[in-house]
Design a binder for this molecule. Structure first.
Ligand code: NOJ
Ligand code: CA
Length: 562
């Protein structure tokens, strides 16, 4: 095996949404002790790195993506001692902990912001972005990602506003200020010094805004224009990222995964190429195939086809290859609907077979696989009947925007049911008891009523389950020969396939992996015959020494090696 490759390049990553993973003290909210109690489960899935969505102190307007103290654990999740225990227990099992780094903004409850608004002369004033206008109106017409103006009035200072890219409870930090930057780097190094392996980095392309602060032509009925045009991946962001990476991550050989929306293929080499700012960025290209606008889903659904999906996947892979970088491949996260509900249009087929086909589709692509909790069980969206059933701030805002833009109540509810972040945030399903073994207390978020057969306990004893397949994928992906084919080989799309089949081959000079995935309910004939050893057949979860195949059943997927 090539020893020059970065330590994380063949790892399997698992995202935990701590609030919904496992509750240890029966208050209906998941916590750190709950995570510790499930580490063996993750080890059985062959997970190497665990990404924790934020567990820092927070008023939870955006479920922890609004941090009020970067160096404290929120009491609902436990204590710093619990966290240290989690680090130790993970290390014992050869697993790393990766934290979520949210430094585009803080909570409005952060002491820096509290001081900044209570005293205009405080040194913290320049940690944020304030503007005073002579006419008393907002400084410009930019729309925040969670809806409404990016500007909110500062109490007791008429005509003065502060800036927020996301919700008004999430004021943006002013990265132009070197003192702020230094303070952030110290905090990052404190965590790395504690022994975490790295960070998933939130909203990082937003840290630089165009300093002309100019209004834009409105793009919707509200007269506003999306902030992303002037506040995401703008000129100058690269200097900030370069400094950030040199002052922190590079010193620790940390793994970093950027949530870097808005990149073009030309940006990739700088972000993730050799000596890039980050180890990887997420490939979100196909994750958002279902919406007309990634940032503003109130604009409605995109009626995509498997043919288009294929195109997006291979275009994306081609771009990352050109850049010399490595992608973090994802089907789900806490901001997205469940993949089974999203990519399998006919509800009748949103079942274990399709979940397994989707899993095989992305697991072997060059890059590292990220599994989001519950994806390995085939969990699905949970449809909510009333607006009151939603908790997520962006679902509620998108509902309001859809209504404002002329959609009916029913249509607006359907848009957010399809896309709501609450879909992925329902409690993890450990067994089929009343609260799915997540808690004995009613969970913080209304949970799915489809628990039977889609839970860890039942799937552990079912050889055909989605869980058993993910365990097997983890095992295969850790085989030295297989992982070296993926890291050292070249990816080729297989072209002469029916539209519903996604096929690729990864080849080194001597070996190859062939992945064939039928994303339709209908059986299909292949124009070629494929043979070799069978690493996994999704329909049986089994491998065998040899297979010859010239057709696939509905939602069947295979990995063949040569
Ligand atoms: C991306 C996070 O994944 C999402 O959950 C959050 O709301 C925004 N960034 C703002 O931090
Ligand atoms: Ca708890």
């Amino acid at each position: 095996m090539n020893t020059n490759i970065p330590w994380w390049k063949n790892d399997t990553f698992y995202q935990i949404y701590p609030r919904s993973f496992q509750d240890s003290n029966n208050d209906g909210i998941g916590d750190i002790q709950g995570i510790i109690s499930r580490l063996d489960y993750l080890q059985d899935l062959h997970v190497d790195d665990i990404w924790l969505s934020p567990i820092y102190q927070s008023p939870m307007f955006d479920m922890g993506y609004d941090i009020s103290d970067y160096q404290a654990i929120d009491p609902i999740f436990g204590t710093m001692d619990d966290f240290d225990e989690l680090l130790t227990e993970s290390k014992k099992r050869n697993m790393n902990i990766i934290m979520d780094l949210v430094v585009n903004h803080t909570s409005d409850q952060h002491k820096w912001f509290q001081e900044a608004i209570s005293n205009p002369n405080s040194k913290y004033r320049d940690y944020y972005i304030f503007k005073t206008t002579s006419d008393g109106k907002e400084p410009n017409n930019w729309r925040a990602i969670f809806g409404g103006s990016t500007w909110d009035p500062v109490p007791n200072e008429p005509g003065t506003y502060y800036f927020h890219t996301f919700a008004k409870q999430q004021p943006d930090l002013n990265w132009e200020n070197p003192k702020l930057r230094k303070e952030i780097y110290q905090m990052i190094n404190w965590w790395l010094g504690k022994g975490i392996a790295g960070f998933r980095i939130d909203a990082i392309t937003h840290i630089k805004k165009d300093l002309d602060w100019k209004s834009l032509p409105p793009d919707a009925e509200d007269g506003l224009a999306s902030v992303v045009k002037k506040g995401r991946n703008r000129p100058g962001v690269q200097e900030f990222l370069n400094e950030l990476s040199n002052e922190t991550f590079k010193k620790y050989d940390a793994v970093t995964i950027g949530e870097a929306y808005g990149l073009t293929d030309r940006d990739l080499p700088k972000f993730v190429g050799k000596d890039g700012y980050f180890s990887m960025v997420f490939d979100f290209n196909y994750m958002n195939i279902d919406v007309l606008d990634v940032d503003e889903w109130f604009r409605g659904q995109n009626n995509w086809t498997v043919k288009e999906l294929k195109k997006v996947i291979f275009k994306s892979q081609n771009e990352i290859k050109q850049s010399g970088g490595w992608y973090a491949n994802v089907l789900e996260n806490h901001d997205q609907p469940r993949v089974l509900s999203k990519l399998i249009k006919n509800k009748e087929y949103q079942n274990a077979n399709a979940a397994k086909a989707l899993g095989i589709m992305y697991y072997f692509l060059p890059g590292v696989p990220f599994i989001y909790q519950g994806q390995e069980l085939g969990m699905k969206n949970f449809e909510r009947e009333f607006l009151e059933d939603f908790d997520d701030i962006s679902s509620i805002n998108n509902y309001n925007l859809a209504i404002e833009n002329g959609y009916s109540n029913e249509e607006s509810l359907s848009i957010i049911n399809n896309k709501s972040r609450d879909n992925a945030r329902t409690p993890m399903q450990w067994n089929n008891s009343i609260y799915a073994g997540f808690s004995e207390h009613k969970p913080w978020l209304k949970m799915s009523d489809e628990i039977d057969g889609i839970n860890v306990l039942e799937e552990s004893s079912d050889n055909l389950s989605v869980l058993k397949m993910y365990q097997k994928l983890g095992e295969i992906r850790h085989d030295e020969i297989i992982s070296s084919i993926i890291t050292e080989g070249d990816l080729h799309e297989i072209y002469n396939l029916p539209d519903s089949i996604i096929g690729y081959e990864i080849k080194t000079e001597t070996q190859s992996l062939i992945v064939l995935v039928n994303l339709s309910e209908n059986p299909v004939e292949l124009s070629n015959e494929y043979n070799g050893c069978l690493l996994i057949n999704s329909l049986t979860n089994k491998s065998s020494d040899h297979i010859t195949i010239s057709n696939l059943s509905g939602y069947q997927a295979l990995v063949i090696c040569k």
